[in-house]
Design a protein around this ligand. Sequence first.
Ligand SMILES: *Cc1c(COP(=O)(O)O)cnc(C)c1O
Length: 392
Amino acid sequence: MSRFVYADNAATTKMDKDVFEIMIKSLEEDYGNPSSIYKKGRDAKVLIEKARKQVADGIGAKESEIIFTSGGSESDNYAIKGIAKAKANKGKHIISSKIEHHAVLHTLEALSKEGYEITYLDVLENGIIDIEELKKAIREDTILITIMFANNEIGTIQPVEEIGKIARENKIIFHTDAVQAVGHVKVDVNEMNIDMLSMSAHKFGGPKGVGALYIKSGIKPENFIFGGAQERGKRAGTENTASIIAMGAAIEKITSEMEKNTIKVQAMRDKLIDTILEKIPYTRLNGDREKRLPGNVNISFRFIEGESLLLMLDLKGICASSGSACTSGSLDPSHVLLSIGLPHEIAHGSLRLSINHENTMEDVEYILEVLPQVVERLREMSPLYDEINKKG
Ligand SMILES: *Cc1c(COP(=O)(O)O)cnc(C)c1O
């Protein structure tokens, strides 16, 4: 029995059906330029402001603290470069971690070429930073701490509230890339002491190419995109009206259903993890077992290549990933898997299954039927596995 199973929701999600309907309608009707004087434009503006409220409510912020962007990457770039430039007179030291998304890491690399100094914190074997290391890394000239909320590869959730508390005690701005967290785990910028937060609609049932940056009132990063006065002068460019409206609808829907979704998704995740580890020998779970996104499964299979595994799963109708989308196409193993201490050959044999509430137990059962067979076939072709088996 063949089946199509989409299990790569950390790369992107299918649009929610209701959200899709709202967006189609909006594309057709809300075409007025929101900066215009006439009603067609003003109506679009009203809908954008409604979406801003929905996004703000989703993370416990105020409407005035939300800026719409083109997605997670732009939000990360805006936050990090914006603070680096605005605070350059105070200092040029930034603290981050080794397991950030490339939207953060490559932005920091660009800044380091401009004279900024970056401390990349190590993570422990479970993928979580060591708070003591963070405290030790803080200096007089530290202007920004940017540490992700939840990791896109291994699903690990950082102690965000504690990081924020330390940042605040030291009067350092705290930005978090929460692209994987929003809509999937509880996020409250006030309770969690977050000053700036990046999110992206296509990771929670919204369209691609739209996101938001939360900027706590009083914090003033330098602008990233200059031009017209849209977004109160903080982000130029004619608003992506239909996408923004869809993003608002998507975050409202997914946060209102979070509790129900979490129970369902976690049960599927746990079944996947427990069964794979039990049924397939020479496997290990990557990332913390508990402090983990509800839909993340990341497992290393010794003696096989992640890429071959993905191709075989694709033939069986299963979409998965062997790391982040950006690392496929490159031969280097994922920086995240190396950072948690995996040797190269084991990192290479890793599989990420990221499920969400649109998946079903039947999907899980199908994966659990196909995966052991595929792994066994690939291992049969591995000379290393052959040797181990003979010895065994
Ligand atoms: C997907 C993702 C991004 C990039 O978001 P885009 O909207 O695709 O630009 C950034 N950070 C993390 C953690 C992500 O998972």
